[in-house]
Design a protein around this ligand. Structure first.
Ligand code: AP5
Length: 196
């Protein structure tokens, strides 16, 4: 199995690139943001609770997202691998993911971390907010709170995987195709050398 974590701050292009990567590599896309938004749209108790955090630009508690990912891993068997988008977002989530993948004897293969300047992130999210209907895109204060949450709680996840030599930084500015080619080049290299 090839398990990829696509990492980066809000607006760095994780969702955009995930769509293209799953089309090329057949990986199962697991986005905790998308899973949470489905719960919100279905008005489930989990969604109602999660929305309180998401609307303020804060992370949803670890146990909620770890539970969601654990179920998703169980539901998807016999696939070539997972693409994790927006997860893990804290070191505790990273440790939990490693334990869950240990059971499958299929560890994280690589973390590709998109690097984008804060100015560009804010610009992209404000533009998206004009049409996306996402409540966390609608005002700049919430966008900046999401970016601050990334620096305070999420950036440390890269340090966690760095100790296992699994992090590759990818320049996340340029056209969507240019960035996709950078990601694909790294994935192809890793896939070619991964011991099955
Ligand atoms: P989540 O849904 O994961 O959102 P996010 O990380 O804030 O990321 P975005 O979807 O905003 O950006 P992205 O990096 O996917 O970029 P995109 O491709 O969309 O999380 C939302 C919330 O859910 C969190 O704040 C938190 O509350 C909660 N949550 C989720 N996971 C959690 C977890 N594990 N633990 C706790 N809480 C969790 O692109 C952005 C825009 O830029 C788009 O309009 C796109 O068209 C544009 N764009 C993309 N690439 C380019 C480019 N190269 N040039 C110009 N524009 C571009």
């Amino acid at each position: 199995m090839f398990n990829l974590i696509l990492f980066g701050p809000p607006g760095s292009g994780k969702g955009t690139q995930s769509e293209k990567l799953i089309a090329r590599y057949g990986l199962k896309h697991l986005s905790t943001g998308d899973l949470l938004r489905s719960e919100i749209n279905a008005n489930t108790p989990l969604g109602i609770e999660a929305r309180k955090f998401m609307d303020k630009g804060q992370l949803v508690p670890d146990e909620v997202v770890i539970g969601m990912i654990s179920s998703a891993l169980d539901e998807n068997k016999n696939i070539p691998g997972f693409l994790f988008d927006g997860f893990p977002r804290t070191p505790a989530q990273a440790e939990a993911l490693d334990k869950l993948l240990d059971f499958k004897k299929a560890p994280v293969s690589v973390m590709l971390a998109l690097e984008v300047s804060e100015e560009e992130l804010v610009k992209r999210l404000i533009i998206r907010g004009e049409t996306s209907g996402r409540s966390d895109d609608t005002n700049e204060m919430v966008i900046r709170a999401r970016i601050a949450e990334y620096h305070n709680k999420t950036a440390a996840v890269a340090d966690y995987y760095r100790q296992f030599n699994k992090v590759v930084m990818i320049q996340g500015e340029g056209t969507v195709t240019e960035i996709f080619n950078r990601l694909a080049e790294e994935i192809d290299r890793r896939m070619a050398t991964q011991v099955q």
